[in-house]
Design a protein around this ligand. Structure first.
Ligand code: ZN
Length: 466
C-alpha cells in the first residue's frame, strides 16, 4: 500500500471465484480497486478491518425517483377494475405536482435508502423533464440535474438515463395532457442530453445512457434517430427501454406493429449487451430464447411488478437459456435487493409448486446464483465498472453483520441464503462503501437526518391539498 492507496482487510470476502479468506482490497484516490488479494498473511498496519463478511454492492438497474414519495398512497381500490393503468393515472397526477426542489429532496432520501440497503449504483430512468405546464425550463435539463446532484450528494453511483417520450400509444397517438411534462422531439431530446452532459460531465461515479420510454412512446424512426444521435456523443453507452410490462401492451403491439414487442425490437434493432429491456415480463418461448442469446439484460423489478399486477417473467426458462438479468426497485414500493431476489424465486415456486427452482447444476444455493447473476447483469446495465471485487472495478461493497441472528453460527456456504431469504428484524447490511468511501456505517447514512428532514418537508408540500 503506498501513500495514495487505501486498504481494507476482510476475513471473508466474496470474490468473482467465490468466498475467499484473508482478503486485502486496495483502492486509489479515484475510488477504483487497484489490487484484490486473498490469503494475505501480512496485513498492512494502516489497513481498515472490515467488521464482517464483504460482498459486492448491488446495482439497481431501474428507478423512477419521484415515485418513492407515492409509495403506500395507491393501495386502495379506486374502481372495480383497478390495474396498472388506473395506478398510472394516479402516478401522473402526482408527477404533475413535482418541482425541481421536491424532486431533489425525494431523490436524496431515496438514495439514502438505497445505500442503506446495499445498492451502490442506480440507473435513473428519468422522464419528468419540463415544468408543470409542459414548457421547457430555462435550463432544459433542470429536473434531471437535481437528480444527478442527489446521487453525488448522497454518494451513490449513477447512470442517468434521460427518457425520450413522444406518443401516448402505438401508431404515434398524440400525447395526453397529463404527459406534457415528458414530451420532446428527438432533436429537443438530444439538445437536453447535451446540455445535461455539459452541466454535469461524466466522471467515475456518473455515466449517461438513454431511455426510449417504450415502443408505445416512440416510433421506429425516432428510435433509430435517437440511437444514431446518441452514438455520436457516446458510442455503445447503455440503452434502456420498458418493453412488455402489461399484456394489454403486448396485444396493442401485435395489432399495431404485427409482432410482440420483444420480438419486434429484436427483429429491427441490433439489440446487444448495451441494451436493458425493463419488464420483459411477457415473452413467449421464442422471445425468451432470442432475448437470452442477444446478450441484452432483462431488467426485472419484482416488487413493483407484483404490486402493479404485471405478471410473472419466465425466469427459469430464461436462466436455463443463459439469459442475463438484473434487478431494479422501479416504483420503490420497496427498496431492497434482497426482496427482489426472493420474489424472483418465489414467483417460480408458486407457479411450479417446487422449491429452489432457480438453482443450477453448478450452483445449488439459489441465493448465490441470483446474487451473482444480478451483480453481473446489473453492472452491465449501468455501463460502469461495478459489481465485482476485482482490480479495475469501483470500490463498492457491503459489509454484512456476521453477528446478526440470521448469520450467526453459519459459514459462508449459507450466508447469502440467509441474507436473501430470511426476513427477521433489522437488515444484515451493516456498512456500505462506494468508491472506497464509507457512506453507511452501522446502518446509518452519514447525512440521513438532514435528508430525511428535507424529504418530510417536500412530502408536506406535495401532499397538501392533494
Ligand atoms: Zn419503469
Amino acid at each position: 500500500m503506498n501513500s495514495r492507496t487505501k486498504a481494507l482487510f476482510a476475513a471473508h470476502a466474496l470474490l468473482p471465484d467465490g468466498w475467499r479468506t484473508n482478503v486485502l482490497l486496495e483502492w486509489n484516490a479515484a475510488g477504483t480497486l487497484v489490487a484484490v488479494a486473498p490469503d494475505v498473511r501480512d496485513v498492512p498496519a494502516d489497513a481498515t478491518h472490515a467488521a464482517g463478511p464483504v460482498i459486492p454492492g448491488m446495482p439497481n438497474l431501474h428507478s423512477h425517483a419521484f415515485q418513492r414519495a407515492m409509495a403506500g398512497l395507491t393501495e386502495y381500490r379506486a374502481n372495480p377494475a383497478d390495474s396498472f393503468w388506473s395506478w398510472r393515472d394516479l402516478m401522473y397526477r402526482f408527477a404533475a405536482r413535482i418541482t425541481p426542489d421536491t424532486l431533489g429532496a425525494i431523490a436524496r432520501w431515496l438514495y439514502v435508502e438505497m445505500l442503506k440497503a446495499g445498492y451502490t449504483s442506480v440507473c435513473e430512468f428519468h422522464y419528468v423533464h419540463h415544468a408543470a405546464d409542459g414548457k421547457c425550463h430555462a435550463h432544459p435539463a433542470e429536473l434531471a440535474q437535481y437528480v444527478v446532484d442527489a446521487a453525488a450528494e448522497t454518494g451513490i453511483g449513477m447512470t442517468m438515463l434521460p427518457v425520450l417520450y413522444q406518443y401516448s400509444g402505438f401508431n404515434a397517438q398524440p400525447p395526453r395532457d397529463d404527459q406534457r411534462r415528458f414530451i420532446n422531439t428527438t432533436g429537443e431530446f438530444l439538445d437536453l442530453l447535451r446540455a445535461l452532459r455539459d452541466a454535469r460531465p461524466e466522471h467515475h461515479a456518473l455515466r449517461y445512457g438513454v431511455a426510449p420510454h417504450s415502443l408505445r412512446a416512440v416510433s421506429e424512426a425516432s428510435l433509430h434517430a435517437l440511437i444514431e444521435g446518441f452514438d455520436a456523443m457516446s458510442p455503445g453507452a447503455p440503452v434502456h427501454i420498458h418493453v412488455a410490462e402489461q399484456t394489454a401492451e403486448v396485444e396493442a403491439s401485435v395489432a399495431a406493429l404485427g409482432a410482440r414487442p420483444v420480438q419486434w425490437l429484436l427483429d429491427r434493432f441490433d439489440v446487444n449487451a448495451r441494451w436493458c429491456l425493463v419488464h420483459a415480463t411477457h415473452v413467449d418461448a421464442k422471445e425468451t430464447h432470442a432475448l437470452a442469446s442477444s446478450g441484452a439484460i432483462a431488467g426485472l423489478c419484482l416488487t413493483t411488478e407484483a404490486n402493479l399486477g404485471d405478471g410473472i417473467f419466465p425466469a427459469m426458462d430464461y436462466l436455463d437459456a443463459r439469459g442475463a438479468f438484473g434487478i431494479g426497485s422501479d416504483s420503490h414500493i420497496g427498496v431492497d435487493w434482497r426482496a427482489e431476489l426472493r420474489l424472483l424465486e418465489y414467483g417460480q415456486r408458486l407457479l411450479r409448486r417446487q422449491r429452489n427452482v432457480l438453482a443450477s447444476p453448478r450452483t445449488a444455493h439459489v441465493a448465490d446464483r441470483l446474487f451473482q447473476g444480478a451483480l453481473e447483469g446489473g453492472a452491465r446495465a449501468t455501463g460502469r465498472a461495478v459489481g465485482a471485487l476485482e482490480e479495475g472495478a469501483r470500490a463498492d461493497w457491503i459489509v454484512l453483520d456476521a453477528e446478526h441472528p440470521n448469520l450467526a453460527e453459519q459459514t459462508s456456504t449459507t450466508w447469502l441464503s440467509s441474507v436473501v431469504f430470511c426476513e427477521h428484524g433489522e437488515t444484515p447490511v451493516r456498512d456500505v462503501f462506494v468508491g472506497g468511501r464509507c457512506v453507511v456505517h452501522e446502518r446509518r447514512h452519514r447525512d440521513e437526518a438532514r435528508h430525511y428532514a428535507d424529504y418530510r418537508n417536500a412530502l408536506s408540500r406535495l401532499l397538501a391539498d392533494a
